[in-house]
Write a new protein. Structure first.
Length: 298
């Protein structure tokens, strides 16, 4: 018995020594993998009404609807269910789309599609294997980071290191842009800079443009703010930014003055990239097809 106990102690010490050696090697080389924390369960639900508004049969009614992004620095989508069959479509950014079809939708008939998503979320951002793309540093439609006015404004906000620059950019946008109510038409970063007003989209666009003008990767995100389990409504759709710093995508919501905190409250439904292969294209919540078809998010 004593011999067995001695052997177990020796084996344990050998394992601990090996683990300590690996830890030190990883620390010295900078290759130590950081831990992730997705420990908070959250569920969201939302629904659409699909309606034939005509007195004719619609041979094929189609609906594409966003689901939560599969993986971000603060969320994982672990399960998707709906009361009608669907095809799940994903793009290279991790955007997820539910595709529904209804064959021969009768005159004036309607269908209510209910969707449920189970998530694991984290209060702080975690490193994930999604590095910035070249487009996250470049100008694009609504992100006029190469415009002289935006470049001049960005230069005034540049600080001695990246995180100080982000704080300066974020603080300037949060304090200088006035919320002017929802606008259906996107107006872009230059509009927000020149007019000092806009809705959540303009706050997001200007933050992203000023960050890119300072050489810092940033991207646009669309989704919802959900502190608890929630039933999503179309009117609550929100846009915010993310920036990439020290290997982590961090949330920046200048309209609500939220920077790198409360990240578990933000449910990303769409990583917005002009070069993406998302079947919804530029549509924020859903897209449909079928002559005489009407769709609304409930």
């Amino acid at each position: 018995m004593k011999k067995t106990r001695f052997l177990l102690i020796c084996l344990t010490l050998c394992c601990l020594t090996a683990l300590t050696t690996l830890f030190m090697q990883d620390t010295k080389s900078g290759s130590r993998l950081p831990s992730s924390d997705f420990s908070i369960s959250k569920q969201i639900q939302y629904s659409y009404t699909v309606q034939n508004k005509t007195n004719r049969v619609i041979e094929k009614a189609e609906l594409w609807a966003h689901a939560p992004v599969k993986q971000t620095a603060s969320q994982r989508c672990v399960d998707l269910t709906a009361n009608y069959p669907f095809e799940l479509i994903s793009d290279k950014d991790g955007n997820q789309v539910l595709y529904f079809t209804f064959e021969r939708l009768a005159p004036y008939a309607s269908r209510i599609i209910s969707i449920k998503a189970d998530l694991l979320v984290s209060r702080s951002a975690n490193p994930i294997a999604t590095e910035p793309e070249a487009s996250d540093r470049q100008p694009e439609k609504y992100i006029e980071s190469d415009h002289p006015s935006i470049r001049r404004a960005a230069a005034k906000l540049q600080e001695s290191d990246e995180i100080k620059t982000i704080n300066a950019v974020f603080g300037w946008v949060a304090s200088h842009v006035r919320y002017s109510g929802y606008a259906a038409q996107d107006r872009g970063a230059l509009y927000a800079l020149e007019h000092k007003k806009g809705d959540c989209t303009e706050y997001m666009d200007l933050f992203v443009a000023l960050s890119r003008a300072n050489g810092l990767p940033a991207r646009r995100i669309g989704g919802y703010i959900c502190p608890e389990n929630a039933v999503l409504k179309a009117r609550d759709y929100h846009n915010w930014g993310e920036f990439y710093e020290n290997g982590i995508w961090q949330i920046a919501d200048p309209q609500h003055n939220v920077l790198m905190r409360n990240q578990d409250n933000y449910i990303a439904m769409r990583i917005i990239r002009a070069s993406g292969d998302n079947p919804l294209g530029t549509f924020n919540r859903f897209r449909f097809k079928g002559e005489g078809l009407k769709v609304k998010m409930n």
